[in-house]
Ligand binder design. Structure first.
Ligand code: APR
Ligand code: PHB
Length: 392
């Protein structure tokens, strides 16, 4: 098999890259180790920055998003039983975000790719990337019980944190920056209307809680739990009781309960692999960086990477100049480190750690108080939450 751009992984990064390349007249093949249903149903975050919404629309993938997505003009911060709304358009000159689940973004992009795009092979596992420094990189992969080779001009590892593409970087080139957290998120989906019409980020001495949603009738809620927690160790009623405690207010707000249809635990990690390019091999999305989910930046960062890369590849095709491909890594990393900083700040602002002292708790409340009462601090949060500009 032969193509211009070999893409490993059909998460949002790989799927959107294939679509952007298709629109630019560049052919690609996508290899995905899992089956279609797995990719379409894996629960992930669901907040699209304004820039992500614009990119999906311009790529021709925004039709259902515009029909079913929910525009959100703010979030609520909840601490010390108080509620503080952060008004995005008012603070950012009109920006907002869209609640539209990553599963739905993936379904839309898969349908488009199968209808109009190049080959997208499910249950095709990349085994190794070879010859990244040569003019002809290759991906060895296994599909339908056979080993095969995909010959490419460029290979892009969109294969997530556990993928194989990163392993093709020489040890002397790779630098990893990493932090793990002593907590995780227990996430549930519940068949009940969201108890608030915007997301609620709650800081509580017992730990963080988040109220989010998938639709007007499906709630998505998270509880901070110790790292390594087994989701099955929590009974449904215990989850609701704990959520209720952490969301408690001093007014008459109430958390509505409903049947829990899905339960899982997400670990929390910050991770950056530098650089994101080695010869003709590029990394994009979770393959190169992970943020803790508190700022909802993971999917949006992946979109930023592939937009930058698609433009660089189109530029090379049109002008013959590899200039933008050569600056791909530094261009992306500027934005990535801003998202790492924001995600870390949001995480440490709202979670409790086993080694925290009462002093740390007071500091968190002071930081939240400053956001709630000092417009510049609130604006800083709103700007970062609604999205960093795409530096392309
Ligand atoms: N061969 C083929 N496919 C692979 C391989 C492999 N060896 N290893 C991993 N994959 C596939 C995974 O099955 C997955 O479908 O690569 C895909 C990676 O997708 P994601 O993990 O979703 O990563 P990405 O596309 O970068 O999306 C960015 O945003 O909300 C965040 O972390 C969340 O997934 C999200 C991310
Ligand atoms: C989600 O809806 O899954 C979600 C929303 C906001 C976050 C993280 C996850 O910060």
């Amino acid at each position: 098999m032969r193509t211009t751009v070999g893409i490993i992984g059909a998460g949002p990064a790989g799927l959107l890259l294939a679509r952007l390349l298709h629109n630019a007249g560049i052919d690609s093949v996508v290899l995905e180790s899992r089956d279609r249903s797995y990719v379409e149903h894996r629960q992930r975050a669901g907040i699209l920055e304004q820039g992500t919404v614009d990119v999906l629309r311009a790529a021709g993938a925004g039709e259902r998003m515009d029909r079913e997505g929910l525009r959100h003009d703010g979030i609520e911060l909840r601490f010390a039983k108080q509620r503080h709304r952060v008004d995005f358009p008012g603070l950012t000159g009109g920006r907002s975000v869209m609640v539209y689940a990553q599963t739905e973004v993936c379904k839309d992009l898969i349908a488009l790719q199968l209808k109009e795009g190049g080959p997208l092979l499910f249950e095709a596992e990349a085994l190794e990337v070879e010859g990244a420094e040569s003019g002809r990189p290759r991906v060895r992969f296994r599909h339908e019980g056979r080993e095969d080779v995909l010959e490419c001009e460029y290979v892009v590892g969109c294969d997530g944190f556990w993928g194989v593409a990163r392993k093709a970087f020489p040890a002397g080139l790779s630098r990893v920056f990493e932090r793990t957290y002593p907590y995780a998120w227990l996430g549930i989906l519940a068949d009940v209307a969201p108890s608030h019409d915007e997301l609620v980020y709650a800081r509580h001495d017992r730990g963080f809680a988040l109220l989010s949603m998938r639709s007007p009738s499906v709630s998505r809620l998270y509880l901070q739990v110790p790292a390594g927690t087994d989701a099955e160790a929590w009974r449904d009623e215990e989850i609701w009781d704990e959520l209720e405690r952490r969301f408690e207010t001093d007014d008459d707000w109430r958390l509505e309960r409903g049947p829990i249809t899905q339960k899982s635990v997400t670990p929390m990690r910050s991770y950056v692999h530098e650089p994101m390019r080695h010869g003709r091999l590029f990394l994009a999305g979770d393959a190169a960086h992970i943020v803790p989910p508190t700022g909802a930046k993971g999917l949006n960062l992946a979109v930023g990477d592939v937009v930058t890369l698609a433009r660089a590849l189109a530029h090379e095709k049109e002008t013959g100049s590899p200039e933008l491909l050569e600056t791909y890594s530094t261009t992306c990393l500027r934005r990535i480190w801003q998202a790492e900083r924001f995600s870390y700040d949001m995480t440490t602002l709202l979670h409790t750690s086993p080694e925290d002292t009462p002093f740390d708790a007071r500091l968190q409340l002071a930081r939240l108080g400053r956001i709630a009462s000092f417009r510049a601090a609130e604006t800083d949060l709103a700007e970062a939450y609604t999205g960093f500009p795409l530096d392309v």
